[in-house]
Each structure stands twice: as C-alpha cells, then as structure tokens.
Design a protein around this ligand. Structure first.
Ligand code: PHE
Length: 377
C-alpha cells in the first residue's frame, strides 16, 4: 500500500492531486507508486553507488565547486520541463503519448533538464542534478517508464577563455574533455566516440558512445547551452555547457545488470550484492526462470499507440511483463489494420504458474478491448 501523501524535497504531494479522473491526466497508479522511491539516494543501490562515483569525479577535479541536488520534486510545470529549455511547441516529447501529465500545466519531469533554468536563475554556475524521470514507453530489457538521470551544468565567464578565442569552441572542448575523463573514471580505458546530434537546448550538441560488449552504446547527451537560456536567466556575457546522462544505462554496463526491472527489486538476492562505494562489482544472476509468451491480436483504431498498450500491460502484470513485441502487422483489402503483439511474462524471483499467467493474459485482453478501442481477433 502506498501512502496517500508524500513529501519530496519539501513539496507535499497528495495522491488525489496526481491521480485524477480527468482527460488532462494520464498518470496511472503504478507510476504514482514510484514517486518518492528515490533509488538514486540509496548508498547501497547500484544507482546510488554510481551517483556517488560521479560526484567523486567532479569533487576531485573541480575542488568541490559543483553544487549537488538530488531531492528536487519530480512534479514540474510544462514551462520548466519544455518552454524554459526551448522545446518547440510541436515537439513529440510534449505529447500525451510520450509524457505523463498531472494536468494540462503540470508533468512528471521527462528529463532533469527541467531544473536547468531555475537553478541558473538562482545564480548557480556549477551544478549536478540527479533525479527520477518519467516517460511513457515500450517494454523491453532496457526501457522502463521511470528511470534516473544526472544533469550537469557549468557556466563560464569571459575571463575563462583567452581574448580572441571562440568561446563556443572553447566550451565545447572543455565539455568533451570533462566527459571523456568521467568515462575513464567510471569504465577505465574504454574506446569512445562523439556523435553529432540535436537537442533544442544545446548547440552544438553531441552524444558520447562507448564501445562495450561488441557494441557502441549511447551513454549521454550534451552540448553548449543555447544562449537564449542564459540570457533569460540574466547571464548575457556567459557561455555554458550541459550534459544529461542516463544512470540505468551506465549501471547496467558497469554492474552487468541484464534487465532494467531489477533496479526496482527488493529481493535480498539482488540488494545484498551491492555495497556502498563499490563501483562495478559484477552482478551474479540468481535465477533464470523461463519466460512465458502470450500473443494478442486485434484490429487497431486510429488512436491506437504502442505506448498505450504497454501501459495496459504494466497495469495488469507490473514487473512480470518483460517484453512486448509487435510480431505481425498487416492491412486487409477493406483497409483494416491488424497487429499481433507477443507479451513475454517472466519473474526475476520465482516460477510463474500457468494459471497465474492465463489470468493476467485474460485481464490484459479485456482491458485492451475496453480501454484502447480496438477489436480483438
Ligand atoms: N535532456 C536530454 C535528454 O534527456 C539530455 C541532455 C541534457 C542533452 C543536457 C544536452 C544537454 O535526452
């Protein structure tokens, strides 16, 4: 049972405020239950251990200059989450399909960048913000609707760069050096590469990828802060960099954690394997219970989205849902489109019974039909 009033970073959040039966609200119970868990603030949890290791890198290399925030309330305004960081009005991330809205003006932050503008306005010039972030998404081993990010921002003043040099180039170089150093601090000697990309709040923008287990893995986004953001916070002569990194992504690699649901596990066989200050101890899987696959096929309607389907599946099966995969998709002569999804059910902790899975699947079928306006086949 979840408490009906929470307090996060001094802000009181009541369940009735977050869960409203209102078309401007799309937050399910299962998401409300994650508010206030703050996995990143647990020193013995892989996410807390990783956060502390990143803190250590910044404290050592910047003589404790970075201010740290890890308790800012995840309920933020649409303005903070999007407008203040220059996300265009028509950007997909603003949609009800991608973001959890508490009401038309309030969201569960979808990135820690939601705090950039406010902290700049308050005069911080070096800061790290760690927190839980929320995104409606598909279901597989690396996606979960709640995950954790760390944002870093550093503001430079004209005395930081030599007269006549290009300040943007100078700051971009500094950013890359800082993050390459961080990657070495966490991973040791790794192969890495920079990829040019786009974010509304930085220009130029980059992603850092590291070569790990035969693949290039994207570990963070970053760039030189758009001048407009600094200007609005009263800084006209400054240039800044910012980065945002996904803690689960990095922790899965560092600790060999095979499935993102495990971060939420309270099973002692998981939690007992991690100790404060011990970065990169490899996780030893304690079970390989077999998955059970169930298919569901239906004629979709125009409003159907995979994120909505995944939310229904999570509502019914919670963390027993391991993966939802589209395995067949066709349109008939009448123009009706059919989708078949394969749902993998698996527990990390025990064997599931046929009876239990059949019950879950039949509830999924009922809710898919009643909530998603599709016709089961
Ligand atoms: N907010 C971005 C994301 O969630 C990451 C980012 C942060 C990129 C800061 C650039 C600068 O993907």
């Amino acid at each position: 049972p979840v408490a009906s009033v929470l307090e996060i970073g001094g802000v009181k959040i009541s369940k009735d405020d977050v869960l409203r039966d209102d078309p401007t609200n799309n937050v399910p119970d299962t998401i409300f239950a994650k508010l206030g868990m703050q996995l990143h603030r647990r020193d013995h949890h892989p996410l807390g251990i990783l956060k502390n290791a990143i803190y250590e890198y910044f404290d050592t290399n910047y003589s404790n200059k970075f201010d740290k925030f890890d308790d800012l309330c995840p309920l933020v305004s649409v303005k903070e989450n999007f407008d203040d960081v220059l996300v265009p009005a028509d950007h997909v991330s603003r949609s009800y399909n991608d973001t959890y809205y508490v009401d038309s003006q309030t969201v569960l932050r979808c990135h820690t960048s939601a705090h950039q503008a406010e902290l700049l306005r308050r005069g911080h010039t070096h800061f790290l913000v760690t927190g839980d972030v929320y995104r409606r998404d598909s279901i597989d081993s690396t996606h979960y609707p709640v995950f954790h990010q760390m944002e870093g921002v550093r503001v430079f003043s004209p005395e930081d760069w030599a007269p006549g040099t290009d300040a943007t180039c100078y700051v971009a170089e500094d950013l890359k050096k800082c993050l390459e150093g961080l990657a070495r601090h966490l991973f040791g000697a790794v192969e890495m590469r920079w990829v040019d990309t786009y974010f509304p709040f930085t220009n130029p923008s980059f992603e850092l990828e590291i070569f790990f287990q035969e693949k290039w893995l994207e570990v963070l986004g970053c760039g030189v802060t758009e001048q407009e953001i600094l200007k609005r916070s009263g800084k006209t002569d400054n240039v800044a960099w910012a980065f945002g990194l996904g803690l689960e992504r990095l922790a899965m690699v560092l600790f060999d954690i095979p499935d993102i649901r495990l971060f939420w596990s309270t099973d002692e066989r998981f939690t007992s394997q991690f100790l404060k200050g011990q970065l990169g101890v490899k996780f030893k899987p304690y079970s390989k219970y077999p998955p059970c696959y169930k298919d569901v096929s239906f004629w979709i309607s125009e409003s159907f989205t995979e994120n909505n389907l995944c939310e229904v599946v999570r509502e019914v099966a919670g963390d027993l849902a391991e993966e939802v995969q589209l395995i067949d998709n066709f349109t008939n002569k009448k123009g009706m489109t059919s989708h078949c999804y394969r749902i993998a059910y698996r527990s990390m902790e025990r064997s599931l019974t046929d009876e239990e899975i059949n019950k879950l699947q039949s509830t999924v079928r009922e809710l898919v039909e009643s909530k998603l306006k599709v016709v089961l086949r």
